[in-house]
Design a protein around this ligand. Sequence first.
Ligand code: ATP
Ligand code: MG
Length: 400
Amino acid sequence: MNYDHVLIRYGELALKGKNRKLFENQLQENIRSQLKDLNVKLKKTHGRLYLDLQGESFETVHERLKHIFGISSYSPALKTSLELKAIQETALKAIRSHSPFPKTFKVSTKRANKHFPHTSQEMNHKVGAHVLIHTDNLKVDVHKPEVELMVEIREDAAYIMSQKFKGAGGLPVGTSGKVMLMLSGGIDSPVAGYLCLKRGLRFEGVHFHSFPFTSERAKQKVIDLSKQLSRYAGPVTLHIVPFTEIQTEIKKHVPDEYSITIMRRMMMRITEALAKKHKALGIATGESVGQVASQTLESMHTINEVTNYPVLRPLVTMDKVEIIDIAQRIGTYDISILPYEDCCTVFQPKNPKTKPDRLAASRLEERLDVEELVKQAVENTETLRVTYEEQEKETIDHLF
Ligand code: ATP
Ligand code: MG
């Protein structure tokens, strides 16, 4: 079936006043950005968006729309003139395109155009009758039809739809501000990033890289994860922080059992510094309570001490199984399970303290030049911009 339009619906109920404008504008901008290489046109009317496909296929657009937050549902549509005959014929064409052919259907008409000569009820009957006359073995079922033929009567045209796809829900990315996402190569942090996006947050990724202890491939893995997340986020800015010197210093001066705690505190400080530099108002991580030694409440308490930025932990109460389930659905799982070492695994001590103490941690840090190490790390951070469609990444070091 050659659809010529897509009708896009968004969560009107939750929106009021000024928020609504912000939501609508951001959503339109995000859709345009995700479809910018296609020859399509987006228009807003009556609290809905209409996408004129102008010859592009619905399948191509479908693949992208389903990942855009803020969309509640969408339907491929056939546009037709406001003549009854044309509407009836188009509705028939729409139902005929279903394979297997349905046994039951109903017609639901929405009439925004009050000058249209027939009421919605009349249209339901007229279109329904036309379909029944021209098909075999098809019945009307108003309660649970297999196909709902949706007829929308607008000022200039009518739109006929017979399918409705669920959108990604949530809020359009960018309507809730920006956080720095601490992105390792693991399973959890990409999922945390995805959930931030779903609440309308934009993120910039921060990855700590310990070359040569961790390979170029470990870095590439994080770039690939960012690329996958950019399906939902749009272009992703990724900061790669050189972490070798800090880890070496920690190894040299800090007892094994506190090395993870101090390492995390350093990561947190650097991420906060990057947040300040790039005007983000929060930090997001993939932590979840009780998963590993560094994720006990005591540990979070000690690590969190070094920042007063809000630290968002979208996975905090989730089980690993739930997290893996989301990772698989969003396409990050297969990348995350590639074996390349993360900087934390390489320096993993034998007996990390599960209840690290704040005071002990800050005393041990006196052995390091914390301020200078943070400053150096921020200065030597490499910044990349990762997009989904481009295979090649564009390096924009020192652009900011
Ligand atoms: P993940 O699956 O996200 O790697 P994890 O279960 O391995 O998490 P930890 O290693 O304790 O747990 O890491 C907790 C969080 O700290 C990560 O989710 C991530 O947000 C952050 N983090 C850990 N290592 C790095 C790194 N090399 N670069 C950036 N952030 C990191
Ligand atoms: Mg990890």
